[in-house]
Design a protein around this ligand. Structure first.
Ligand code: ADP
Ligand code: MG
Length: 253
């Protein structure tokens, strides 16, 4: 097992965003986290990459307890993240942005650059262009490319399809599949549940800070309750998966 998240709790002030999330990711897998807005998907990724501290629980990565490891050391350990909202450096060129992502590795990074440009020919064409002047889709590619520069063992992706035109969504998903085919494990957060489930091997459904279901992705795609809650159009107004009263709109719990 490459990554094991065990009963983690994360708070924002007094508000519990994660109320005991557990999940695992095996080497070579694409695992998806799906769920409505506010379910805790981004917070889960931030807890794994070290951007949010744990109040309880543990995270194991590559045989080590990383629960208290600072974020920059998690990058060195092999956790790469392309954050929600891209987070690229707008004033730097595409290539400078990519080289910033390789800081965890010493040496010239030529091989990594070549590989990223192979995955994203568009970035190669624009290598001298300022990152901030790239389109939304190109900036998303740049954010993923930058994370790959450190040759992560696992790549954490937060809503890579957000705000992209359908044609670019398809492109991003096919590149994620290719990245995985080349050997990188992927933990993918998506509101675009249908597409995430088509890409992923397994998935977890999050609701208000808890995992309410986990199964092979193909199984979730055909689960009537998942279909009703998450695959039927507006992802934020789905019905409940579990049989309790729908105390809040948008969920299974
Ligand atoms: N910086 C923050 N300060 C306070 N509350 C936050 C912050 N970020 C997220 N939250 C809350 O934590 C919960 C989980 O948010 P988030 O992980 O962003 O969900 P998701 O990515 O699934 O939409 C939500 O209730 C959200 O309002
Ligand atoms: Mg989010």
């Amino acid at each position: 097992m490459l990554l094991e998240v065990n009963e983690i709790e994360v708070y924002y002030g007094k508000i519990a965003a994660l109320k005991g999330i557990s999940l695992t990711v095996d080497e070579g897998e694409i695992v998806a986290l799906i769920g409505a807005n506010g379910a805790g998907k981004t917070t889960t990724l931030k807890a794994i990459s070290g951007l949010r501290p744990l109040s309880a629980g543990r995270i194991w990565f590559d045989g080590r307890d990383i629960s208290r490891m600072p974020g920059h050391l998690r990058v060195v350990a092999g956790i790469g993240q392309a954050p929600e909202g891209r987070g690229i450096f707008p004033g730097m060129t595409v290539q400078e942005n990519l080289l910033m992502g390789g800081y965890a590795r010493r040496g010239k990074k030529d091989a990594e650059l070549t590989e990223v440009y192979e995955l994203f020919p568009r970035l190669a064409e624009r290598k001298a262009q300022a990152g901030g002047t790239m389109s939304g889709g190109e900036q998303q590619m740049l954010a993923i490319g930058r994370a790959l520069m450190a040759r992560p063992k696992v790549l954490l992706l937060d809503e890579p399809s957000m705000g992209l035109a359908p044609i670019l969504v398809a492109q991003i998903f096919s590149i994620i599949s290719e990245i995985n085919r080349r050997g990188t494990t992927v933990l993918l957060v998506e509101q675009n549940a249908a597409q995430a489930l088509r890409l992923a091997h397994r998935a977890y459904v999050l609701e208000t800070g808890r995992v309410v279901k986990s199964a092979p992705a193909a199984e979730l795609l055909t689960d009537p309750r998942v279909q009703a809650a998450y695959l039927g159009g507006d992802l934020n107004t789905g019905s409940a998966l579990t049989n309790s009263k729908p105390a809040h709109p948008g969920g299974l719990a």
